[in-house]
Structure formats: C-alpha cells, structure tokens
Design a protein around this ligand. Sequence first.
Ligand code: ATP
Ligand code: MG
Length: 141
Amino acid sequence: MSGTLTLTIIKPDAVSKGYTGKIIDQIIGAGFQVKAMKMIHMNEREAGGFYDVHRERPFFKDLVAFMTSGPCVPMVLELPAGNAVESFRKLIGATNPANAEEGTIRKQFAESIERNAIHGSDSDENAIREGRYFFSDLEMF
Ligand code: ATP
Ligand code: MG
C-alpha cells in the first residue's frame, strides 16, 4: 500500500515573496495535514546533503546556492487516505513551471525550473529519508 506521508519544502523564492501562507492554505485545502513544520536557513552542507542525489548534475552548484539564499519551510505532510507522495506531486505540478498544469502550486507561484517554489518527495522511501533529515526527533519515522 502506498504511504500516507510526504515531505515538502517551501523554497526560498516562494518564502521571500510572501507566498508561504497561500501555499500552506492550498496544501491543507487538498486534504493534507501538517504534522511538522519549521522555518530554517540552510547552509551549504545541509542543502547539499538534501540534494545529494543531484551532486554530479551540472545544476547542483546553482541549486545549492539557491536553496541557501534565504529561509525555507520544510514540512511533514500526512494524507490519511494514503498515496501522499503521488497526490502531492500532482498538486505541485511539473518541475519546470512552464510545463506545469493550470492550478498547480508551481504554475501559480514558481518562476523557473530552478526557482520552482516547492519540493515534494518522489517516493515513500525518500519521504522517510527526507522527513528524518529535517525532523530527526519525530517519532513517526
Ligand atoms: P524537487 O526534488 O525539488 O521536488 P523535482 O523532483 O521536480 O524537484 P528534481 O529532478 O529532483 O526535480 O530536481 C531537484 C531540483 O533541482 C528542482 O526542483 C529544481 O529546483 C532543480 N533543477 C532540476 N533540474 C534542473 C535544471 N535542468 N536546471 C536547473 N535546476 C534544475
Ligand atoms: Mg526531486
């Protein structure tokens, strides 16, 4: 059965433009419950560790620079009916907002493929890894 948890980050572009509240409102409106949330300003080690899988990609350095450029808001989300990862990725839309469907969070709030407003875990396994990454004290993991 697919899991009930996913991990999101409202990224520095969206936080700096004041979209945090609007984005959380849409997440809750879509049926997700916020189980944990904090505002942090990541350093290079923290952002690099989070995106470790992309370390060899040409955009890695820019991605870390962007993710450390200001505060962001990681959250653990629960969708009680299940399928949290897939449902959430549908809600946020394609990585490149130019390709994102109308009504998705990235379509509404993202600027570009890099400054794309929000993260969503891409598997149950990564949701747990990422949840632990930011909220190591949470018993749900
Ligand atoms: P995320 O993991 O942030 O939810 P994603 O799963 O849709 O996004 P990934 O392929 O995991 O996309 O890429 C991670 C992040 O790296 C993207 O959200 C984006 O900020 C950045 N990124 C991805 N591809 C590119 C690219 N070609 N050029 C610049 N930045 C990119
Ligand atoms: Mg990803």
